[in-house]
Ligand binder design. Structure first.
Ligand code: HEC
Length: 170
């Protein structure tokens, strides 16, 4: 049980006396590492190409749906990520790179038109449930990208539109 010693200002029984020299060294080392990792090359996910196979194109999405998907999903599920300044700084860029690689592997809105009928159906189903259950956009991302978080109205509107497409898929 630690006891506070008024005379020394220390909690006896706990090692709390931090050696300032060591602390200084740790801070300097951290700064060096942070600067150093800025030079590690990262691949950025950017492309200006507008593909005919794009999800919003093949299903003729109205502008408001297009905007929602672009703002909330396309950063990780398309060939073009909109990088804010803080995601270009390491280690932010690595987090983003990981999410993009994993996200695109599961679902790429730009190439949706290339998917088989079966895959389209199953992906649509999973897109709807991910939005409905607040699984997507990923929480850590939505925390930083405030505009990506979907409101209840956004969710209702987009799932209605998506359900309609799903029902019309042969
Ligand atoms: C920060 C990056 C990021 C954003 C933004 C994002 N996703 Fe994802 N998404 C991922 C990652 C990573 C995975 C794969 C791992 C997982 O399921 O958590 C994934 C998986 C999915 C899956 C699962 C695919 C499957 O077949 O099971 C769907 C569907 C999906 N996302 C839809 C969306 C939708 C819709 C949005 C926008 C509302 C969105 N995502 C926004 C990164 C993201």
């Amino acid at each position: 049980m630690p006891v506070f010693d008024k005379n020394s200002g220390n909690l006896t029984g706990l090692i709390i006396k931090v050696d300032m020299k060591i602390l200084k060294k740790i801070v300097i080392l951290l700064i060096i590492v942070l600067i150093g990792i800025q030079f590690v090359p990262t691949t950025y996910n950017t492309s200006n190409e507008v593909l005919e196979t794009d999800f919003t194109k093949i299903y003729n999405a109205p502008q408001n749906i297009k905007n929602l998907l672009k703002t909330s999903c396309y950063d990780c599920h398309s060939n073009n990520t909109n990088y804010p300044w803080y995601s270009k700084i390491q280690p932010g860029a690595w987090f983003m790179e990981n999410h993009i690689n994993e996200g695109k592997e599961e679902l790429n809105f730009n190439t949706f038109g290339e998917y088989s009928g079966r895959r389209k159906k199953s992906k649509l189903k999973s897109i709807i449930s991910q939005i409905r259950d607040d699984e997507m956009p990923i929480a850590s991302y939505a925390l930083v990208h405030r505009d990506a978080k979907l409101s209840e109205e956004d969710k209702a509107m987009i799932t209605k539109w998506l359900n309609n497409i799903r029902e019309n898929l042969k």
